[in-house]
Ligand binder design. Sequence first.
Ligand code: FE2
Length: 582
Amino acid sequence: MVAERFERWTKKQIRTQLQILRGEVAPTICLTNATYLNSVRKKWLQANIWIYEDRIIYVGNDMPIKMDTTEVVDCSNSFLVPGYIEHHAHPFQLYNPHTLAEYASVRGTTTLMNDNMVWFLNTDKKKALTVIEDLDSKLPTSMFWWARYDAQTELNHEEEVFSYSTMKAWLEHPLVVQGGELTAWPKVLNGDDSLLHWMQETKKLSKPIEGHLPGASERTLTQMALLGVSSDHEAMTGKEALMRLDLGYTTSLRHSSIRPDLPKLITELLEAGLDDFSRVLMTTDGSTPSFYEQGFMDLLISIAIEHGVPIEDAYGMATYNVARHYRLDDCIGMIAPGRIAHINILEKQNNPFPTSVLAKGQWVKKDGVNCYPAIHFPWKEYGAAPLKLDWELTRNDMHFSMPLGVEMVNAVILKPYQISIDVTQNEIPAESEESFFMMIDRNGRWLINTVIKKFAKTVSGFACSYSNSGDIVIIGKNKTDMLLAFDQLKKQQGGIVLVEKGEIINSIKLDIYGVMSSSSMEQVIEEEKQLVSMLKDRGYMFDDPIYSLLFFSSTHLPYIRITQKGIFDVKKKTVLFPSIMR
Ligand SMILES: [Fe+2]
């Protein structure tokens, strides 16, 4: 890989940028009479802001000398703030990195820092790194990535997925801004030196490590700080957030579909007397699509303002503070010379929903009108293709004689229970809270059959290729409908299918790896809402079926999980019932 390729501006480009100051070249855009947020002084100052292509050239009282080709925009009645940053995106929750970036950018979030899990599981290093480079260069959004150290599930070939050369290439990549999120922290604590090696390598590269430390005690947080973790987004109370700050952590306050905690966190932090937010960030933590109808980082900033955070700090928590934490304040997070031209234009200081948005110096929204450029991102060219299932699922696979079932405690927590129903029948009666459950390898090599309690009352056949590990989950009351749901999933090459009485009553196509949709965010939101309401009509018992599906195999959650290796006891770290080879 040629390092030069990642110099954001070439020597020639920088020379041209200098010519603008000398009046030899005209800026592309000049924002005049602007009241802008100076992130360093936390003050609203007056300036004219010159932009050339994707870079802020000048912020001050002067006007450009040469401006024959310049677009001049009078900003005397507006307020300008830096483009917002989501530092903890999981850009594959039915939406894909491009559709998420587009949707977020017209709401003012013009930088995403993304989980790289989807690439780890679905493609090789070379293709993955090409995709992330092209996403950053082709989109108006700045697209950064994390390098995970672990898969937050038990994979059959974890050593291959997280091989030495793959880890090294990701960590060293200029678009990769952190190590983590570290969900396998108990492993490091218990002596896993290969994980610690990668953490140390991350530090050597001057990149921070993000933890994933829900419910962690002061002692655990202290140990993790010694191991190199310097941020965390899992505080669920003001007290937990404060403890993280006191222990030197950069602390991100989460407001997501599954944990909409921001009002409580802020109220409790203010009650505890916090008056310095410089090491506080915010995140929507990979919310499900429809959650984002309320807004993106603009929503979180407005909640922060509404609950009493000083306005300038509220913006800082989604801009300058993030850039500082990731040591990227020389290129994002503030309106100052030399930074990438991510600027939001607001009607009022206390309303973060922008009327106009400049992303890398391009208008993606202007005077309330969405003008995001038409960009086709050719996923297939990167091998990010539909899911091809070239094997059959038959009656012979539908044996559920297993003593141990899984019971849902809420949308994401599973506990074991003793199965007592007759599992040889074709259908479990509607009055029972139980359904058949199958997790099957996407290549059809192994499966795990059990019974799930409290998923739904009358979901007859349901199949889904969207999961944390990329394996296929099939749930239902009726084995015939389950088989039909799988057949449809195979036919449509990935996605989610709902079957009732021999009929397909709902389906979502996920044409990128069977996990993400290439459709627009707006369409995915509608599809998700329809599916969720149909599942709820059929007795799905919790709030978020999409998260239930994602997390069946996630070993960072209690108590048992259904993984590639089998039914897994998270605490004892043992396989209770292994998966079966077909
Ligand atoms: Fe997360």
